[in-house]
Design a binder for this molecule. Structure first.
Ligand SMILES: Nc1ncnc2c1ncn2[C@@H]1O[C@H](COP(=O)(O)OP(=O)(O)OP(=O)(O)O)[C@@H](O)[C@H]1O
Ligand SMILES: [Mg+2]
Length: 237
């Protein structure tokens, strides 16, 4: 679905991505794992056109994303759940979800998707009229994902959805990500929680200071000794 080749991005004179290549096959869960500053968010931002690409290509279903404006991404079926669950705090849960569907006109489809989001996240349904700023961290993350789903994307990309959440909520959230994927959506998941991410991923990439250093199935990477030492130490339970 997405094929990135030799992607280079620099901020000022500093290269944040030093020629990375990666693929997200249709229908799969792919995870990109790496430490702080490795370039994970930059990779996502270059896919949606939020940072300028210096060289390299990003192909999405045969079209070159480096030449497409950010506004076109939603129409193309790409949704991004950005870092730090940015929901509109002064708006209710329902208003936030409706914003996710802003580019659509199919009222019936929107109503169906709202029911789908509410069935995936019953907690959001209970809190339909609550101001989003008063939701717990986990609930806000669910809302951020729900809002992205309201655009009925083909590809959903999430930037560290587990950040700051208790292990039990992370488990619940990743179960829901698997469910979304089983219903046909392709997922690109960025995570520092390598253990949880690799467990549900079909394919994983390890990123270090602007480079992809390792690629494999989730299972292969989970059992890789170097990965265990570097990323699974504390969290491998
Ligand atoms: N707007 C910017 N201006 C200058 N440097 C930037 C900018 N955004 C990111 N960088 C730098 O690029 C590198 C990669 O950043 P990026 O946000 O992609 O990392 P990350 O892997 O997402 O890290 P984290 O896990 O902490 O979110 C970092 O060294 C960062 O300081
Ligand atoms: Mg980041």
């Amino acid at each position: 679905m997405i094929k990135i080749e030799d992607l280079v991005v620099s901020y000022g004179g500093i290269e944040a991505l030093k020629g990375i290549s990666l693929e997200v096959p249709s229908g799969k869960i792919v995870t990109l794992v790496g430490a702080n500053g490795a370039g994970k968010s930059t990779t996502l931002k270059s896919i949606v056109g939020l940072v300028k690409v210096k060289s390299g290509t990003i192909d999405y279903e045969g079209c070159d994303l480096t030449k497409l404006s950010t506004e076109h991404m939603v129409k193309k079926g790409i949704a991004l759940v950005p870092e730090g669950r940015r929901v509109f705090s002064d708006l209710t849960v329902l208003e936030n979800l409706k914003i996710g569907a802003y580019s659509r006109k199919d009222t019936k489809g929107i109503a169906e998707d709202l029911e789908k989001v509410y069935s995936l996240f019953p907690r959001l349904k209970e809190r339909t009229w609550q101001l989003s700023g008063t939701l717990s961290g986990g609930e806000q993350q669910m809302l951020a994902i729900g809002r992205a789903l309201m655009s009925r994307p083909k590809l959903i990309m999430m930037d560290e959805p587990s950040l700051g959440l208790a292990p039990i909520i992370v488990k619940e959230l990743f179960g829901i990500i698997q469910k979304i994927n089983k219903e046909g959506m392709t997922v690109l998941l960025i995570e520092q929680n390598a253990n949880a991410a690799l467990k549900i991923a079909d394919l994983g990439y390890i990123m270090e200071t602007g480079k992809i250093t390792l690629k494999g199935t989730g299972k292969e990477l989970l059992s890789n000794e170097d990965i265990k030492k570097a990323y699974l130490g504390e969290t491998a339970k």
